[in-house]
Design a protein. Structure first.
Length: 411
């Protein structure tokens, strides 16, 4: 389809420019007028942008971070304006004048231009994946298809707010353990590098036979002294390699599978995935979207590659005419409670209500599990700390006891 470049003025007097697709110059004018613009110039040529000014903009835009609360606030404001009957494009233009985050503003400005150019909301938001997740754009897609955009935004706000709260709770629960682990590593390096060598020199001068904890510490010290450059280089290269591989499909699948299998932390993420599945599936069902299409949408929005992979077999069985409960029962990670509730919902014709109950249940479960995780990590860290301190105490005290015993025997 031909592309046209335009300059125009909005209903609020704000100037706008960009590109749009249209069959002819007349249709381009009609599109702009229909979207609340008064065109001052429209001419053939140009190309549709698929990248935001964020990627090509200045320092502030490039390095500013868009936080979850910025996206939540934007979504609430957009929902309020749409509920008041204001058209999408005009709502976005109005919100642009109130935004303080330059990166989010650049993305929303590009979204407005894409919509003005004839793109759907789903396509426009989907082009800004660095800010608006697959969940976000696919929920908008569901709202556009069903004509229930306001209700979808309501549910989207709840999901994003709840997941942001859980994410912060997990970060808060892990902050203390991370600090303790870092302190242990620093203490370990200091003891092995600076403290123990002095004791070892004294022990060797007295001819004391060194026990295995002390010999282990000597070996670690020798490694740090002789190969620290290789160790540091290997650590940096390994970290970069893991980071790069984690961005690939195979790497993402590996780490997401590992994440779900971790003790304490893994069950929390499984429950979070069940909550997201129930929430999204319920809103898709209420929007009139078929079960098969709902599964296709959810596979791209579930947020975990390991869980998303399970939807491949689920889709195949649905295409064969099977119900939803049976494929989910055979899939990994889907809990017995969720499968049972889905089966009851299918039999009673109340699948949407059952899924809402599932989502609410696992929301509470996730919050409870995060609290329990905080309680469990404390004793585990104390045990680890005691183990490290005890090991170093043995490395120093055992040779000293032998030395004192030998001295007393010589007397």
């Amino acid at each position: 389809m031909p592309v046209f470049t335009y300059k125009a003025m909005g209903n609020d007097g704000a100037k706008a420019s960009g590109t749009l697709e249209a069959e002819s110059l007349e249709q381009a004018y009609e599109k702009l007028l229909g979207q609340g613009y008064i065109p001052s110039m429209v001419k053939p040529g140009g190309r549709l942008k698929t990248r935001t000014e964020t990627e090509a903009g200045g320092f502030a835009t490039r390095f500013t971070k868009v936080k979850a609360r910025d996206v939540i606030l934007f979504t609430k404001q957009l929902r309020t304006m749409l509920n008041a009957g204001i058209p999408v494009l005009q709502s976005l233009q109005t919100l642009l004048g109130q935004m303080e985050n330059p990166k989010l503003k650049a993305a929303v400005e590009q979204i407005a231009k894409d919509i003005a150019g004839g793109a759907s909301m789903y396509r426009a938001f989907g082009r800004q994946k660095h800010i608006f997740s697959n969940l976000y754009s696919n929920m908008i897609r569901a709202g556009e298809i069903s004509g229930t955009l306001i209700q979808v935004l309501d549910r989207l706000i709840y999901i994003v707010e709840h997941e942001n709260k859980v994410r912060k709770d997990i970060q808060s629960a892990l902050t203390y353990p991370i600090i303790v682990v870092v302190a242990l590593v620093v203490a370990f390096v200091v003891l092995v590098t600076f403290v123990l060598p002095n004791f070892i020199t004294m022990f060797e001068s007295q001819g004391v036979e060194l026990p295995w904890p002390t010999r282990v510490c000597m070996g670690i010290h020798a490694f740090f002294v002789g190969y620290w450059q290789i160790a540091v280089t290997g650590l940096i290269a390994g970290a970069f390699g893991i980071w790069y591989w984690a961005k690939t499909d195979k790497g993402r699948l590996f780490f997401d599978t590992l994440l779900l299998s971790l003790p304490i932390l893994g069950p929390v993420f499984v429950k979070a995935a069940m909550s997201r599945f129930g929430s999204i599936f319920a809103i898709l069902q209420s929007s009139g979207i078929t079960v098969l299409e709902s599964v296709q949408i959810i596979s791209g929005t579930i947020g975990n590659a390991a869980v998303a992979k399970q939807f491949d077999n689920v889709r195949e069985m649905l295409e064969q005419g099977r119900g939803l409960a049976a494929p989910l029962k055979q899939a990994k990670y889907f809990t017995p409670m969720l499968v049972t509730m889905v089966a009851i919902g299918e039999e009673s014709g109340q699948l949407e209500e059952m899924l809402k109950d599932v989502a609410q249940h696992y929301d509470y479960e996730v919050e409870y599990s995060v609290g329990r995780m905080s309680e469990l990590l404390g004793p585990v860290l104390v045990a680890c700390l005691a183990g490290v301190v005890g090991f170093f105490a043995l490395a120093v005290m055992l040779p000293m006891i032998d030395m004192m015993t030998s001295a007393m025997a010589g007397m």
